[in-house]
Design a protein around this ligand. Structure first.
Ligand code: ADP
Ligand code: MG
Length: 168
């Protein structure tokens, strides 16, 4: 499929996470929202995983998943749409990264593009280190998926610790 101006779509992987207010329900609701995004098609979605929290102690477990979109939106437009979905689902921002949240949507990859914009780094800078992203990503991507600047998905998976991550 092509857009009206003939531009080809880009494949973009989105990371979803929640650890508040019925996390699995939050992730499923967000997947439905991604399915309805104008200028995008949801091609694949991973299983949902229960994952142990990183960051501040005392948080409850997360539910994480990864989705593959085909998109005609530019990277910053796509980020705007993702942030709208986060706000609609009542994300609580308490000033810190890695705090509890009803919904976190990360733009993990946008084709093979690299970007260092103040609002958007591509690939997502933490992607290579996070088993809770790499494990669901491996559900829906080939092992040779290039992660620009970091190698291939299968290499990164071998270097991460999947302890405590379970499919729901
Ligand atoms: P984290 O996802 O690391 O827990 P946040 O979601 O709170 O942290 O960080 C949000 C900020 O990160 C946003 O304001 C956004 O502009 C910025 N950001 C930079 N790169 C990305 C990316 N690839 N995907 C999502 N947000 C990004
Ligand atoms: Mg985020």
């Amino acid at each position: 499929m092509q857009s009206e101006d003939g531009a080809l779509p880009v494949r973009s992987f989105i990371g979803l996470g929640s650890n508040l207010d019925r996390p699995a329900h939050q992730v499923r609701t967000a997947l439905t929202a991604l399915e309805g995004l104008p200028g995008c098609r949801l091609l694949r979605q991973s299983r949902l995983y229960r994952t142990p929290p990183l960051g501040p102690p005392g948080q409850s477990d997360y539910v994480n998943a990864v989705a593959l979109l085909e998109t005609w939106l530019a990277p910053l437009e796509l980020l705007d749409r993702l942030q709208e979905i986060e706000w609609r689902q009542g994300r609580i921002r308490n000033g810190g990264h890695w705090g509890p949240r009803t919904l976190d949507l990360d733009l993990l990859l946008y084709g093979e593009q690299r970007l260092a914009d103040p609002r958007l780094c591509l690939p997502h800078p933490q992607l290579r280190y996070r088993a809770f992203v790499l494990v669901p990503l491996a559900d829906i991507a080939e092992g040779d998926l290039p992660i620009p600047g970091a190698g291939r998905l299968d290499e990164l998976l071998r270097g991460c610790d999947p302890a405590g991550i379970e499919a729901l």
